[in-house]
Ligand binder design. Structure first.
Ligand code: ZLV
Ligand code: CA
Ligand code: ZN
Length: 393
C-alpha cells in the first residue's frame, strides 16, 4: 500500500482471532467483544497491517490455561452450560460456583472458547517476544486482569496476562506489569504477590465503597514480610474522577520512570484498558487518546521487549480510536496519521454519522469534573519513591 513502509526501528506483531469477537455476553452487558472487530477494521483501514506481522492466534490449550488456573475451575468452566441461574425466592443471592453465572460474569454460548482464544493471543504475543521475532507484540483481545486462580471476576474468566507473563519469565528475568485500565489490576497483582521477578503497577479510580473492585489503595503493597521476596513489588496509584492528560502524563512518567530505574525490568507488559478514556460508559477519567497513547509511547521508548494487551473499554468507537492510535505508535506512524486517509469507513458504518472518516483524536463524551489535586498526586509519587527504596534489581 502506498505511503506505508516498514519502519527500521521495531518489529511489531499483531495477534487476533476473529472467532473470539463473535461472542456475546448478553444484550445489556457492557463488555462487547465486537469492539475488537471495530478496532481491527479501523487499524486495517489505515493500512497498518503492512507495517506489522499479522497472526491469527490459536486457542490456548488446557495445559497452558492450567499454568495459572486451578484444574477444578477450568473443568467447571469447560462444562457449564449457558443456562440462566433460575431465580429462587428462598435464596435470591445464590453462592455462585467460582463466581460464574452472575450478572458480571454471565455464562454464554462458547464461553470456554472465548476464554481460551483470548489467552491464546496473549500467549502467542509473549512467545514472539521470547524468540525475539518481535520487539513489540500486540494482543488487543487480552488484558482480562481481574480473573483469579479459581474465580471469575469483573467480566474476566481467564487471566491471559498472568499466563503471558509466566511465559515471559521463562526467558526474561524481570517483568514490569503496568495497568492503565480505569479499574485496579487486582488479579495480576495477587498472582505475583510472592515474587520479586514481577513488579505490578496499576493506575485506577479508587473509591472502595462505590467503584469496582474496591482494592488498590496507595498503601496496599501486598503481604509485607521479610520472608516474602515479593514485598514492595505491588505499586498502586489510586485516583479520583476526572484526571486529565497533563496530570496523568506527569504521574505516569514520574512513577514508571522511578520503577524502571530501581527494578530494571527486562520486559514490559502494558494493559491498555480503554475505559480510562473520557466518555467511557463505565469510566470516570478525562483522558484523551493522546494522553492514553503517551503511556504506550513512554514504554516503547524504554527500548526493551513490550507486550500490549487490551482490557476494559465500553464506548466501542473510543476503544477503536485509542487502540488504533496506539498501534500507530508501536509501528512509529503516529505523526503520519493526521495526514492519512483511511481506505474505507470501518465496519457497519459505525463512525459515519460523526464525520466522513473517523477523527482519531476527537473522542466522544462530556468531560468530568477533575477531583485530583496536585498535592494528592505529589503524595502518590512520594509514597512510591519510599516503597522503591526496598526494591533492588
Ligand atoms: O474493565 O454489570 O460493580 C476489565 C475491566 O476492568 C460490580 N461490577 C459488581 C460489584 C457488585 N456488582 C454489580 C453487578 C453489576 C452486574 C452487571 C454492569 C451492567 C451494566 C452496566 C454496568 C455494569 C457494571 N459492572 C459496572 N461495573 C461493574 C463491575 C465490574 C467491572 C468490571 C471491569 C472489567 C475488562
Ligand atoms: Ca488499572
Ligand atoms: Zn476496566
Amino acid at each position: 500500500e502506498a505511503g506505508v513502509t516498514r519502519p527500521k526501528g521495531y518489529n511489531v506483531s499483531f495477534h487476533c482471532n476473529p472467532d473470539m469477537e463473535k461472542h456475546h455476553f448478553g444484550q445489556t452487558h457492557p463488555m462487547k467483544p465486537w469492539r475488537l472487530t471495530l478496532s481491527k477494521s479501523l487499524i486495517y483501514s489505515y493500512g497498518m497491517s503492512f507495517a506489522m506481522d499479522n497472526y491469527i492466534s490459536r486457542a490456548a490449550t488446557y495445559e497452558e490455561l492450567a499454568s495459572f488456573h486451578a484444574t477444578d475451575y477450568l473443568d467447571f468452566l469447560g462444562t457449564v452450560l449457558p443456562e440462566p441461574v433460575p431465580f429462587d425466592v428462598e435464596n435470591p443471592n445464590p453462592d455462585l460456583k467460582f463466581n460464574l453465572g452472575g450478572s458480571d460474569c454471565p455464562l454464554f454460548e462458547g464461553l470456554y472458547d472465548y476464554c481460551s482464544m483470548s489467552a491464546g493471543g496473549a500467549l502467542d504475543a509473549a512467545r514472539k517476544l521470547c524468540t525475539k521475532q518481535s520487539d513489540i507484540a500486540i494482543a488487543w483481545g487480552g488484558g482480562l486482569h481481574h480473573a483469579k486462580k479459581s474465580e471469575a471476576s469483573g467480566f474476566c474468566y481467564i487471566n491471559d496476562i498472568v499466563i503471558a507473563i509466566l511465559q515471559l519469565l521463562r526467558c526474561y528475568p524481570r517483568v514490569l506489569y503496568i495497568d492503565i485500565d480505569v479499574h485496579h489490576g487486582d488479579g495480576v497483582e495477587e498472582a505475583f504477590f510472592s515474587t520479586d521477578r514481577v513488579m505490578t503497577v496499576s493506575f485506577h479510580k479508587y473509591d472502595p465503597q462505590n467503584f469496582f473492585p474496591g482494592t488498590g489503595a496507595l498503601d496496599d503493597n501486598g503481604p509485607q514480610s521479610e520472608h516474602n521476596p515479593g514485598s514492595h513489588h505491588a505499586i498502586n496509584v489510586p485516583l479520583n474522577d476526572g484526571i486529565t492528560d497533563e496530570q496523568y502524563d506527569w504521574l505516569f512518567n514520574s512513577v514508571i520512570g522511578k520503577c524502571i530505574e530501581k527494578f530494571r525490568p527486562s520486559a514490559i507488559a502494558l494493559q491498555c484498558g480503554a475505559d480510562s478514556l473520557a466518555g467511557d460508559r463505565l469510566g470516570r477519567f478525562n483522558l484523551q487518546v493522546q494522553g492514553h497513547g503517551a503511556c504506550v509511547d513512554f514504554c516503547k521508548r524504554v527500548g526493551i521487549p513490550l507486550i500490549l494487551f487490551g482490557g476494559g473499554g465500553y464506548t466501542p468507537r473510543n476503544v477503536a480510536r485509542a487502540w488504533t492510535y496506539e498501534t500507530s505508535i508501536a509501528i512509529d506512524h503516529q505523526d503520519k496519521l493526521n495526514h492519512m486517509i483511511p481506505t474505507h469507513t470501518p465496519w457497519r458504518d459505525h463512525f459515519r454519522h460523526e464525520t466522513l472518516f473517523p477523527t482519531l483524536e476527537q473522542i466522544l463524551g462530556e468531560p468530568r469534573q477533575n477531583r485530583n489535586t496536585q498535592k494528592k498526586l505529589q503524595d502518590i509519587v512520594q509514597h512510591v519513591t519510599e516503597q522503591l527504596r526496598f526494591v533492588q534489581a
